[in-house]
Unconditional design. Structure first.
Length: 301
């Protein structure tokens, strides 16, 4: 077996072990699925951990209402293929019920509104564990997280009060109202994810590959022209060959110029990149030096 496959096999085994630990220790887990590359890998790992039985948890997507249509179509097709239960927690529903308010000004982003929607869904369904695809190499706040990361009765995270995880021993004990955020692919990198997708021959949404799209530049990012986002003032739209390194709310997720049309091409681009996918393409992480950590403390994933 080659060194690359041995490395992926070790990561896969660790992640499967973590998923099985969640199923063994917690009563009402759920796995988050956005249709993005990391959550695609999570579902593949869940298949390997639990098939031919059904998953011991439903699948949940927190939908801002401003998602890429290609990704939503992929989400629905993948869940239907698996035959598992999908829960859609809607930010629009949260707005309609007065739980959150749309940001003022032009082109409001709903990305930061997801926190309340997520916490409400956790409370409604009484989930005691939420499995997500966050990785430590994405962002410095995520690098602080344990694999089993406790959230208090208010859904908040305290980075200074985390449980030790020596020898891969995970403590899943929670009190009523608390829940765990669990990150089975914490130790993976963006390169690992794409190499695993290539090895497993996994399908991904088309926007991960180079395509022609109408975009404009704002704050150093190429943003997509669409129903939720338009150029302002001296911003000018143009047609470019781009792809997305990460998927999320259309109003804050940037594209990168690219000619990568295959997974092999994408792997070559990732190998040459010198900035993480969130650092390069997520405007919501650039409000302040601690933007992600502040949101995570409030309950963001």
């Amino acid at each position: 077996m080659s060194r690359g496959l041995s490395h992926l096999a070790a990561l896969e085994a660790e992640s499967i072990f973590i998923m099985r630990e969640v199923a063994a220790e917690l009563e009402r887990p759920v796995v988050l699925f956005s249709g993005g590359k990391d959550s695609i890998v999570l579902l593949r790992l869940a298949e390997k951990a639990f098939r031919p039985a059904r998953f011991p948890f439903p699948i949940m997507h927190v939908d801002t209402g401003h998602n890429f249509p290609e990704v939503l179509a992929f989400r629905d097709a993948r869940v239907a293929e698996l035959g598992e239960r999908l829960i859609v927690a809607s930010v629009q529903d949260s707005i309609d019920r007065g739980r959150v308010r749309e940001e003022p000004g032009p082109d409001p982003s709903r990305n930061r509104l997801q926190t309340v929607t997520l916490l409400d869904a956790i409370e409604e369904h009484r989930f005691d564990a939420v499995i997500g695809g966050a990785r430590r190499d994405e962002e410095k706040a995520r690098a602080k997280e344990r694999v089993f990361s406790l959230r208090d009765e208010f859904g908040q995270w305290d980075p200074r009060n985390q449980r030790p995880e020596l020898w891969s021993l995970y403590n899943g004990r929670v009190r009523k109202g608390q829940h765990m955020r669990v990150f089975p692919i914490s130790n993976w990198t963006e390169m690992d994810v794409w190499q695993y997708i290539e090895r497993e021959n996994l399908e991904v949404p088309s926007i991960y590959f180079a395509h022609s799209r109408e975009v404009f530049k704002r704050d150093g990012m190429w943003l997509s022209v669409g129903p939720y986002l338009k150029p302002r003032g001296n911003e000018h739209a143009e047609q470019l060959q781009v792809r997305y390194r990460t998927v999320g709310d259309m109003t804050c997720t940037g594209a990168v110029p690219s000619s990568a049309r295959t997974i092999g091409d994408v792997i070559a681009e990732v190998a040459a990149a010198r900035i993480t996918e969130r650092g390069a393409t997520r405007a919501d992480d650039s409000f302040s030096e601690t933007a992600m950590e502040d949101r995570k403390k409030e309950g963001y994933f």
